[in-house]
Design a protein around this ligand. Structure first.
Ligand code: F6R
Length: 618
């Protein structure tokens, strides 16, 4: 979830660029940098840590007078906040990155999938790299293709890249030109008077201009102080609409959505992509080398134990199905607040995964520490760099969802599920429990998840809003599911309780007849997760059972499951994927249902009563 700001105009832009980065801080970052072009030279200042560190580095450069950036004269430049993916968190790996002669500088958001092969190719041609990043190869590719025309060089470089990314480039020979390109990651043009901006999100330039032009996938942007032209990859000019943004300061922070929660629901495709893409570098293998855990050790594991609280616990439950099914290893799952007081039996052949988006939840941390004391290898699955969980664990696997401000977890949940899928496939590969061909099929499906999450949000929202309108005054919601659909129900019910304050319960559908069926009457909405799974026919029997009591059944089903539509009162379809991957899509309409119900009840979804984002007391 990096941030990009570019400027070309007539004003000195160093401070404008850093102010733009400040507006993107919510995305989370671990280092930052700025490059300016002045008098035919491009120079950079970069720093690890927050923007205060970048400002101090700029001041220090001013002190020794060696860096043009410090003089703040330049009227064209690029700036970036980085969230490390390829390469450690170091000044060298911070953006902007340059080519061999510092003639081209670029900033990039996202991931270049074919960076290893391009790096090898460029290195064999004599290019010298100064960072470990995938982004740097883009500067060298532009250098290789440059024959006096920056736009042509960017176009040629763009054609050689695979992945999801957007980038902006400038060249020392062109003091009034920025060229950007977009493939899946956001890039937005801000049009001023005699000056223009190119950024990863509108807040970066909203204090300067409100006229914006959206850049679409595959577009190349050619920007000067006088305007911006958008072309396709072949150079054909494209018509892109100019909009006037009417957001106030508060709406700007929310990216134009009315709440952080809705903004974060919409950030899920990006968050999932950031979490999985560079960990799936090949068609048939998962790269989790960051865990520092050998295949030999993985093959000898006796058991996986997952500990977490709340929504993170539900992500762990989804992971349990994936790991057991793919890697054929027993998985034990417990809420951290129980596990830690249970005197659990643990040893060196256990892999303990502590899931905590904040990395600061007291019970999860205590459970992880206990597991470590008892000799298990502990992995922290977290979204926050430098959090306590990262210090308490033997290894860390980061989700890369960016900062989540809404108290109800949404994008961190789907990113956690994505990370659990990675762990499941990685264990299956190490333990040779799946054929390489099957792993390749699942990886291909995983790679389409960001796009499918986006499709799910778009295709289900209107229908979910209508369901919310029918039921928001109800006194109770019941969620039913089986197998991998059950954790989706638990999460749906938690979201409903948490933000709409409507009592809600989630049950294993097979348990209904053992008591809870007594709760049902004609006024009860029953949300049934009936997505594809080996037990779909059993779920359908439960739906029939519930409908026989007059309850109104809203089913979440996989596209094309006509039998679900025939059995339920209403069916909300999510796109088809492998059944183990369905939860990451099926939960989206349930997040939206809780959201719209709470909004209809006029509740503050971002800050529900009695709840805080991080629970650090026991
Ligand atoms: C629900 C929610 C909580 C958290 C739980 C654990 O929307 O946000 O249930 O999931 O408090 O928090 P972390 O993951 O930070 O340990």
């Amino acid at each position: 979830m990096c941030g990009i700001v570019g400027y070309v105009g007539s004003r000195p832009c160093r401070d404008l660029l850093i102010a733009g980065l400040e507006k993107l801080e919510y995305r989370g970052y671990d280092s930052a940098g700025v490059s300016l072009l002045d008098n035919g030279r491009i120079e950079s200042v970069r720093a690890v840590g927050n923007l205060a560190n970048l400002r101090s580095a700029v001041e220090a450069a001013a002190g020794n007078g060696t860096v043009a950036v410090a003089e703040a004269e330049a009227t064209i430049g690029l700036a970036h906040t980085r969230w490390a993916t390829h390469g450690r968190v170091t000044e060298e790996n911070a953006h902007p990155h340059g080519d061999c002669s510092d003639s081209v500088h670029i900033v990039l958001n996202g991931i270049v999938e074919n960076h290893s092969e391009l790096r090898r190719e460029l290195a064999s041609e004599g290019h010298i790299f100064s960072s470990e990043t995938d982004a740097e190869i883009v500067a060298h590719l532009i250098e290789r293709n440059y024959e006096g025309d920056l736009t042509a060089a960017v176009r040629a470089a763009f054609a050689e890249l695979r992945g999801h990314y957007s980038f902006v480039a400038m060249h020392a020979d062109h003091p009034e030109l920025l060229v950007g390109a977009r493939q899946e990651c956001p890039l937005i043009i801000g049009l001023g008077e005699g000056e223009n901006f190119l950024a990863s999100a509108i807040p970066a330039f909203l204090n300067e201009t409100r006229r914006v032009m959206q850049v679409e996938n595959g577009d190349i942007v050619v920007m000067t102080p006088d305007g911006a032209t958008v072309t396709d990859a072949a150079g054909g000019e494209l018509d892109r609409e100019v909009d006037e943004v009417t957001w106030d300061e508060e709406a700007a922070e929310k990216g134009g959505y009315s709440t952080f929660m809705m903004k974060e629901i919409h950030e899920q495709p990006d968050a999932v992509a950031e979490t999985i893409t560079d960990r799936l570098p090949n068609v048939d293998s998962v790269d989790l080398s960051e865990l520092d855990f050998t295949n030999e050790r993985a093959a000898k594991l006796r058991r996986v134990v997952i500990v977490a609280c709340g929504t993170s616990y539900h992500a762990g439950l989804v992971g349990r199905y994936a790991i057991e099914h793919w890697a054929r290893i027993p998985v034990e799952m417990d809420v951290a607040s129980e596990f830690r007081y249970r005197d659990p039996v643990l040893g060196p052949d256990d892999l303990v995964i502590g899931i905590t988006q904040s990395g600061e939840t007291a019970d999860t941390l205590a459970a992880m520490r206990l597991a470590r004391e008892r000799g298990a290898h502990v992995v922290a699955l977290t979204n926050v760099m430098g959090s306590q969980a990262t210090r308490d664990a033997n290894s860390v696997l980061f989700t890369r969802a960016g900062l989540e401000i809404g108290v109800a977890a949404t994008k961190t949940f789907t990113s956690q599920i994505a990370a659990m899928y990675l762990l499941g496939l990685w264990l299956a590969e190490a333990r040779e429990t799946l054929e390489p061909k099957r792993i390749a099929e699942l990886i291909a499906e995983m790679k389409s998840l960001p796009h499918l999450v986006e499709e799910t949000i778009e295709s289900t929202e209107a229908q979910v809003r209508a369901v919310a309108r029918s039921h928001f005054e109800g006194r109770f919601f019941l969620y039913l599911g089986r197998n991998i659909g059950l954790p989706v129900c638990l999460e749906g019910a938690l979201k409903m309780k948490e933000i709409s304050y409507i009592p809600s319960d989630a049950y294993a559908a097979g348990e209904m007849k053992h008591g809870p069926i007594a709760l049902l009457d004609e006024s009860t909405p029953v949300v049934c997760v009936a997505s594809d799974s080996p037990v779909l026919d059993k779920v359908l029997s439960n739906v029939a059972e519930v409908r026989a009591r007059g309850a109104d059944v809203i089913a979440i089903a996989t596209d094309g499951s006509d039998e679900v539509a025939e059995t339920a009162d209403q069916t909300i379809f999510v796109p088809r994927t492998d059944w183990v991957l369905q939860p990451i899509l099926a939960v989206v309409p349930l997040q939206l249902l809780a959201y719209h119900t709470a909004r209809l009840l006029d509740l503050n979804v971002d800050q529900p009563r009695n709840l805080a984002k991080t629970v650090t007391v026991e």
